[in-house]
Design a protein around this ligand. Sequence first.
Ligand code: SF4
Length: 490
Amino acid sequence: MSYAISGAYYNEGSGREGPFDRLKEECGIFGVFGYKDASTLTYYGLHTLQHRGEESAGICVSGGDSFRYHRGMGLVKEVFDAERLAELGGDRAIGHVRYSTSGDSRLANAQPLVFKTRDGELAVATNGNIVNAPHIRHGLEQKGSIFQTTSDTEVIAHLIARSEHDFVQAAKEALKELVGGFAFLLMTNDRLLAASDPHGLRPIVMGRLGDAYVFSSETCALEAVGAELVRPLEPGELVVVDAWGHRSERFAPGAKRSLCAMEFIYFSRPDSQLHDVNLHTARKHMGMQLAEEAFVDADIVTGVPDSSISAAIGYAEKTGIPYEMGLIKSKYTGRTFIQPSQELREQGVKMKLSAVRSVVEGKRVILIDDSIVRGTTSRRIVNMLREAGAREVHLRIASPPFRHPCFYGIDTPKSEDLLAHMHTEEEMRKLIGADSLAFLSKEGMIEAIGGSYADKPSGGLCLACFDDDYPTELYGARATAGSEAASVRR
Ligand code: SF4
């Protein structure tokens, strides 16, 4: 079969991964209730969650009175400065960082979205994707609702606004109608609500900072602001915080937990913790398991920075083959606004990532990567190592083959552009140009992640991009997978 690896080589606009055909991050959300300088705390929280989205950032604040908010395109540090934060006085806030879409970057879609309802103001920040949003939206439009954005997030505001019940009951009823993977933060003038979808697909945790309540997509942001982790939200749980404290309610019976496996593999920061599992440790165990399943004799082990370093350390530790820094990533994190020619793109790779000739020259190298999407990156990195004099390059992937698109908030290419969807392992090896190629098994990955919360046999994980077993109905999303319409609308 003849096949050329094609597709986007750059994550346009994404400063974090630059020249890689990586999966695009989701969004990050952060909220606080009862802290005197809520906007500054949220700023630091969002800054820590920056890896989850670099397209836009926003914070909405209240002191129990009218909302003050600011949203902008760019990184958190570009959107906010001390002066701007000083204007956002109040003891409660929600904030959002949004991932980078290809092309269509719209301020109107930046969050938190703010609405006026007959019962007061409502701010909404979310991470994830609602697969039945087009259906709900169509139904609402038929009944006269007018939408201001293309974001799915607006759907919940309309559902709440149409309800005749009090706010908490209205929110519960609205959330119950949504199908997909999502974590929500909702703020009114006197309450903060946090919700997790019925399968717990997208992570959200609750913490305490003195008397204040803090919510975040990842625990690393709690750490950054000095808050203590209380617990992750349960699937189908709604936590309501107001001046009298917090209470936990359910908007849906918790289904079997299906936390996104890609959070463990790639998305979350290594210093974050998902349930009782530290991400660095989980990735290291995946590397160790990979060494057991796919050993190859070589001189050094190296990992694609940054997300594959932990797995590479695990592989090296298990095999006794030394871990070496064979690849260096530039610390420069600015975004690329100029789209270079193909020739300059090649040069661009070397600016972002380079092989260390003195480390790899003449060596048999085991290259550890966390995943293969289109294969573009893998091929170029293998090439780069060969150009730097590596004698052999053995590619080991610390996750199973990524074969199916995600409908729960990860911007994935359509199936035909996923290398593992179209090819056997041997075909992939040839296309990438490695001397050997092997993936971690699904069972091995579940075992390596562990986690006392895990329900067997899936380990409490969503594994749909590996095994096509989606935890929810898809409402026709499969038909438009990979198209602009199917990209995540948050
Ligand atoms: S399909 Fe894959 S990327 Fe999407 S939520 Fe499930 S595990 Fe995560």
